[in-house]
Design a protein around this ligand. Structure first.
Ligand SMILES: [Fe+2]
Length: 284
């Protein structure tokens, strides 16, 4: 897709449609457009000039209640209009008994959850008529019912379903900090051939009175990418190769030029990582 893309949020929509700034591609959140015909029309126009990717936040693929097929049909209508290059959603659940919870909630990494996900993934891909990439979540707790860790679970999901993954590098760093694992080792254990997209986003440190001053990182998408995440991104590019990479910035949204500057840095980091791999045979 010719370089890193950026998340296209509603405050920038009209400007992008009118001014067509230099950007490699855009990713949108489908749910922002489902009840907004004016925004959808602008998006169709934008799609004539840029590759688009669709990220869903309300499909709730991990919900034990099953998939909301009406919601899926609404997303299908949108993606049939804009023909995105990629469609994705989180390894999470966000609905219960018909109620939409405004959060992406964690799953236990068990055989039972794997079965539910595999079934739902088939329904979602059939409903949307295209592959649906699964994104690793940002985590704050570990569920004691889990029998696998997250990389093991993702490997098992890929093996069972053949699905592709969206690797959110920032989520790995943040979860590693919050849960106490090594994010570089996590990257090394991902099923590399399945990774079809990368995400980078800013996070916000918060004090946590219950810990010893280590604090917790919150996945706010409200700032620049941190230096250790750029290092982790370089490792991801060395391991997975050059993949479509997205800068996510959803809160305290700056001028688009600021987000595009982060995308340009992603391009430089990726190029340097690949060049280093060629020069030195660096593997990880
Ligand atoms: Fe993400």
């Amino acid at each position: 897709m010719g370089g890193a893309g950026v998340g296209l949020r509603l405050p920038h929509l009209a400007d992008v449609a009118a001014a067509r700034p230099a950007a490699a591609w855009f990713e949108i959140h489908a749910e922002n457009f489902l009840a907004n015909p004016h925004a959808s029309d602008l998006l169709v126009q934008i799609g004539e000039s840029y590759p688009l990717s669709v990220h869903t936040v309300g499909v709730s693929i991990g919900s034990a209640d099953g998939i909301d097929h009406h919601h899926l049909a609404c997303i299908r209508e949108l993606i049939d209009r804009i023909d995105p290059v990629l469609v994705s959603g989180h390894l999470a659940w966000s609905t219960h008994e018909g109620v939409y919870l405004n959060d992406l909630l964690p799953l236990p990494y068990t055989e039972e959850a794997l079965e539910v996900l595999a079934r739902h993934l088939g329904e979602v891909q059939d409903g949307l008529g295209r592959p649906y990439l699964i994104e690793n979540p940002s985590s704050y707790v570990e569920l004691t019912d889990s029998t696998m860790d997250e990389p093991q679970f993702l490997c098992a999901l890929v093996e069972r379903t053949g699905c592709r993954l969206l690797c959110d590098v920032s989520n790995i760093y943040l979860s590693g900090h919050n849960l106490g694992f090594d994010p570089h080792a996590y990257i090394d254990r991902m099923p590399a051939d399945a990774v079809g997209e990368l995400h980078l986003g800013g996070f916000t440190p918060e004090e946590d009175a219950s810990d010893a001053g280590v604090g917790v990182l919150i996945d706010t998408h409200a700032g620049r990418i941190s230096e250790p995440v750029w290092e982790l991104y370089a490792r991801a590019v060395r391991r997975f190769g050059a993949k479509p990479t997205l800068i996510e910035w959803d809160n305290d949204i700056p001028p688009l030029a600021t987000i595009l500057a982060e995308a340009a840095r992603a391009d430089r980091v990726a190029a340097d990582a690949l060049a280093a791999k060629v020069r030195h045979g660096v593997a990880g």
